[in-house]
Write a protein that binds this ligand. Structure first.
Ligand SMILES: CC(C)(COP(=O)(O)OP(=O)(O)OC[C@H]1O[C@@H](n2cnc3c(N)ncnc32)[C@H](O)[C@@H]1OP(=O)(O)O)[C@@H](O)C(=O)NCCC(=O)NCCS
Length: 183
């Protein structure tokens, strides 16, 4: 296995025309269609880096910043941001272009953690990442920070569960738009 690979060796762009069957009742494109395309491009990018089959382990939160219209050309730009032992984090930037006006909107950016698997279906090592620019290094460092924040937030919720059973935290709900229907 190659020890280190460049980001450019697996960077992938997927472009797809938004056809009417992808739309929701409001006439815009379903968020799920975009998520499915993101999963596909993440897979291609990760598998090209790992040279093996990969699975999606986790998806960083996805905010839809702007609606995507029927007839738009959606482009998903994916590159490996981070490499662990058997996992890679693929950063994906999604834009949608109105073909008539050529106006391009940034619709969302997200990060997919993909895990490489061997023939037995077990996680298998991936090549490291050769950081060729400050941009590559910045993305790698940001992925480490996101991982740390996720781990801290998981710890926080675990501790909260032990510390404040629902009954003792019910006062928080007093100013929320809900009504207690039990007890
Ligand atoms: C993700 C999966 C491969 C992890 O397997 P596992 O036996 O728990 O493996 P490990 O604990 O050794 O973790 C392997 C790597 O995955 C990473 N990983 C596992 N779960 C993760 C999660 N929820 N978020 C981020 N990374 C995760 C680990 O950090 C580790 O990374 P590293 O090798 O770079 O250090 C396994 O849970 C799986 O196959 N899940 C289903 C994936 C799938 O089917 N996806 C499609 C959804 S429909």
């Amino acid at each position: 296995m190659t020890e280190y690979k460049k980001v450019s060796e697996s960077a992938t762009v997927l472009t797809e025309l938004m056809i009417p069957s992808y739309s929701n009742f409001g006439g815009k494109i379903h968020g799920g269609v975009i998520l499915s395309l993101m999963d596909k491009v993440a897979y291609v990018c990760a598998a090209k880096h790992a040279d093996t089959y990969c699975v999606t382990a986790a998806i960083e939160r996805v905010d839809f910043l702007a609606p995507v219209e029927i007839g738009d050309l959606v482009s998903l730009m994916a590159s490996v941001n981070y490499t662990g032992k058997s996992s890679v984090v693929v950063g994906i930037r999604v834009t949608s272009e109105n073909i008539k006006t050529r106006r391009v909107k940034h619709t969302n950016t997200s990060y997919f953690t993909m895990v490489a698997k061997n023939e037995e279906g077990k996680p298998t090592p991936v090549p490291g990442l050769l950081l060729e620019s400050r941009e590559d290094a910045r993305r790698f460092l940001e992925a480490i920070t996101r991982r740390e924040i996720k781990s801290e937030s998981e710890q926080y919720f675990l501790q909260q569960k032990d510390r404040s059973p629902v009954e003792t935290a019910l006062t928080i709900l007093a100013n929320e738009r809900c009504k207690i229907g039990f007890m």
